[in-house]
Design a protein around this ligand. Structure first.
Ligand SMILES: [Zn+2]
Ligand SMILES: [Zn+2]
Length: 168
């Protein structure tokens, strides 16, 4: 699904003016290795568009829910998010500009929303701050107390070697 482009001809004609538009649409393909926003979920929020000399500033907050996989125990969980954005859509973009107004004077917010949401996805999500993770030896979920092998007494001479086999 593609976000609708917003007609901004009225803004461009009168610098200094603003208008607020409601965004409530789904965007596909929002994911990283351990995080995803499902393609049928609607992202919603208000964008305030402000006409400036060289284009239109879009400011606002978009909300939704992302599905995450815990980097330690691999459990899936969901987490609400809100992402703030503040980006210039210039009329005549230079090489350093990420976005631009369409030639028909429309503003397509999709790429900005996509970039902002993906950037906000946690690199190393945790199901809870003190997640104990999986046992590196037996694979049991240590949050559930499933691992029994840790009761074995490790010979101190092997302790350094064992450290080598843990996750990098
Ligand atoms: Zn976890
Ligand atoms: Zn174990």
């Amino acid at each position: 699904m593609v976000m609708r482009a917003i007609d901004v001809r009225d803004l461009v004609d009168s610098p200094g003016s603003t208008k607020t538009v409601r965004v409530d649409e789904a965007v596909e393909g929002l994911h990283t290795e351990l995080a995803e926003v499902s393609g049928d979920q609607r992202l919603s929020g208000d964008l305030t568009l402000e006409s400036v000399v060289d284009g239109v500033y879009a400011t606002g907050t978009i909300r939704g829910t992302m599905a995450l996989r815990c980097a330690r125990c691999l459990k899936e969980f969901t987490q609400p998010f809100d992402v703030e954005m503040h980006e210039l859509f210039p009329l005549r973009p230079g090489p350093e500009d990420d976005y631009e107004l369409g030639e028909d004077l429309t503003l397509d917010p999709e790429q900005m929303v996509r970039d902002s949401v993906v950037l906000s996805m946690p690199f190393s999500p945790l199901c809870r701050p003190d997640c104990l993770g999986l046992c590196p030896r037996c694979g049991g979920d240590r949050n559930l107390g499933e691992c029994t092998c840790s009761e074995e007494v490790v010979d101190p001479r092997w302790a350094g070697l064992e450290q080598l086999f843990r996750d990098p």
